[in-house]
Design a protein around this ligand. Structure first.
Ligand code: PAF
Length: 273
């Protein structure tokens, strides 16, 4: 694997996996998926200040550079791009806005977060000019907004979604999990339990109820939002929504955790669906 600091050392046409480092098995699965598509896989590591709505979270974001290089190399990246902030954000860079869907759910709790995400992703795409780019489903609202960005501004770029990788007890892998102590780590399983209980529900109404009930049974977990949405437009799912997804987010001792799961639920309304 070749490590570069400037995009000038990279050709166009790669399969791209952008990251903010603190790599784990979830990222490794993205590199492996990318490598199955192409022999030219660029991973980038850039901790994007624009997507952190407070400086404390940016400061606390884990940084594990040596391990990151090993993981990227061992799981299929052929090139690792470590840009300087001046390459991504020269004085005249254009700020992007995520639009209304960037302001709901995760966006309403992290004001400006998705504007920062679409800005950095468009800068990375403009500089690197990849053919394909892979993003994890764990950040489902991010994936939605990046697909929308690509549809409007990068028509030849293929966006590929990769499934969430989980620990054996169901916790979705996240760079932030490193910050959970043993008690918090055990408490964190409430998120997966709530999603599975929702999936096993008979109706949308029951699913919404059980997500709130189960999340409130874990006193350490502070729920921010839970909802079942339409994957196509992020509206609240109804009985006629074909692609439903439960999304959930909250805090465990100062660590923000998010997750989501596909659902297939009817409504209590008789004869619906
Ligand atoms: O998902 C992430 O790690 C980041 O939001 C991304 C897409 C690399 C942009 O900074």
């Amino acid at each position: 694997m070749k490590i570069v600091n400037s995009v000038a050392e990279l050709d166009d046409g790669c399969t791209f996996v952008p990251t903010m480092g603190a790599l784990h098995a979830g990222h490794a699965s993205l590199f492996t998926a990318a490598r199955s598509q192409s022999d030219f896989v660029v991973a980038s590591i850039f901790v994007n200040p624009l997507q952190f709505e407070n400086s404390k979270d940016l400061e606390l974001y884990p940084r594990t550079p040596e391990r990151d290089i090993e993981i990227a190399r061992d799981s299929g990246a052929t090139h690792l791009w470590l840009p300087q902030q001046s390459e991504i954000y020269p004085d005249n860079f254009t700020k992007r806005f995520a639009g209304p869907i960037g302001e709901i759910f995760e966006g309403s709790h992290r004001v400006g977060h998705f504007d920062g995400v679409v800005t950095v992703v468009s800068r990375l795409f403009d500089l690197l000019r990849p053919t394909k780019a892979i993003f994890g489903e764990k950040d489902f609202q991010q994936l939605f907004l990046i697909r929308k960005l690509a549809k409007s501004s990068y028509k030849d770029l293929e966006i590929i979604a990769a499934p969430t990788v989980r620990e054996s007890d169901g916790l979705a892998l996240s760079s932030r999990n490193i910050r959970l102590n043993k008690t918090d780590r055990e408490a964190a399983t409430v998120i997966f339990k709530a999603l599975v209980a929702a999936k096993n529900s008979q109706t949308l109404e029951e699913a919404r109820r059980v997500i709130f009930e189960i999340s409130s049974q874990e006193p350490l977990f502070k729920l921010d939002y839970a909802e079942i949405i339409n994957e196509g437009n992020f509206a609240i799912a109804t009985q006629s929504t074909l692609k439903q997804r439960a999304i959930i987010a909250g805090w465990l001792n100062g660590v923000r955790l998010i997750d989501n799961m596909e659902m297939n639920l009817s409504s209590e309304t008789p004869g619906a669906r």
